[in-house]
Design a binder for this molecule. Structure first.
Ligand SMILES: Nc1ncnc2c1ncn2[C@@H]1O[C@H](COP(=O)(O)OP(=O)(O)OP(=O)(O)O)[C@@H](O)[C@H]1O
Length: 260
């Protein structure tokens, strides 16, 4: 089973939604080994919106997957909502994920044969949890899809599909939502809608959101940005603006290029 840590060990007054301690992940072995994450240590407070940025191959998706329990680190500790993910077996991990973690992917990952409402409640059904129709309608209305419950994904725009994916993440009331390039396939206007929605899930509903993005404008919707370079944490920026983020990214690229 997972170990549940005592709150007295947390660093600040706010409960931590996510903590990584010296998380390391290497793919392959010997000559073909790629160090995707090298001893990454970080903590994110509950009710915060964090963007993760860095050059291609810097380890962003690996970080998200390890933090969400989709992949196991080689070493280090991952704690979500006070429970250690790195300790338990697969079944316990899956159960934990379904209960406390939500995902939003770039390509939406909706099932084409299911309606909007059916896609939204799928994680609840998989977890064997009760489906409350009124709550489902409320969640879909809150993402602007109250009149689309019976539509299939192919009848929706990209922005609307991503809203379904966000509703699907929200309906299980997770503590942390991990989003991997959620606006990567969207035009600017749809992207703004999705980012505002993610902001609301934090500000209004008190969720914690961690979002990988390449886009400085998308990152500026977050409370803070974590920068990764070459599998290492390379800085943090609070109250990010698009210009400041772009500037920092440009320099990250320089320093990585110099090291190669
Ligand atoms: N399954 C895998 N097998 C082997 N190497 C992998 C695997 N997944 C990722 N890597 C390698 O680990 C490193 C980090 O990959 P990761 O996908 O986390 O980076 P990223 O920052 O998300 O990149 P991008 O912005 O291009 O999506 C890269 O060098 C990548 O090639």
């Amino acid at each position: 089973m997972f170990r549940t840590s005592s709150r007295t060990h947390d660093t600040g007054p706010a409960a931590e939604a996510l903590r990584l301690v010296k998380v390391t992940k290497t793919y392959g072995s010997d000559d073909s080994a790629v160090a995707a994450l090298r001893e990454v240590t970080l903590g994110l407070g509950s009710g915060t919106f964090t963007a993760v940025m860095g050059p291609s191959g810097s380890g962003k998706t690996t970080l998200l997957h390890c933090a969400a329990g989709l992949e196991r680190p080689d070493s280090g500790i991952v704690r979500v909502d006070g429970a250690e993910l790195t300790g338990g077996d697969e079944t316990a991990l899956t159960k934990f994920r379904r209960g406390r973690i939500g995902f939003v992917f770039q390509q939406y990952n909706l099932l084409e044969t299911l309606t909007v409402a059916q896609n939204t409640v799928l994680p609840l059904k998989l977890a064997g949890r009760r489906v409350d129709r009124r709550r489902t309608r409320e969640v879909l209305a809150s993402v602007g899809l109250g009149d689309r419950l019976g539509h299939r994904p192919h009848q929706l725009s990209g922005g609307q599909r991503q809203r379904v994916a966000i509703a699907r993440a929200l309906v299980a009331e997770p503590r942390v939502i991990f989003a991997d390039e959620p606006t990567g396939a969207l035009d600017m206007r749809s992207a703004r809608g999705v980012l505002t929605l993610l902001q609301q899930t934090v500000r209004v509903h008190g969720r914690t959101v961690v979002m990988v993005t390449h886009d400085p404008v998308a990152a500026s919707y977050a409370d803070s940005v974590l920068f990764l370079a070459d599998g290492r944490l390379a800085g943090r920026m609070d109250a990010p603006t698009p210009d400041a983020v772009a500037e920092r990214l440009a320099h990250l690229g320089d320093s990585v290029a110099k090291e190669v």
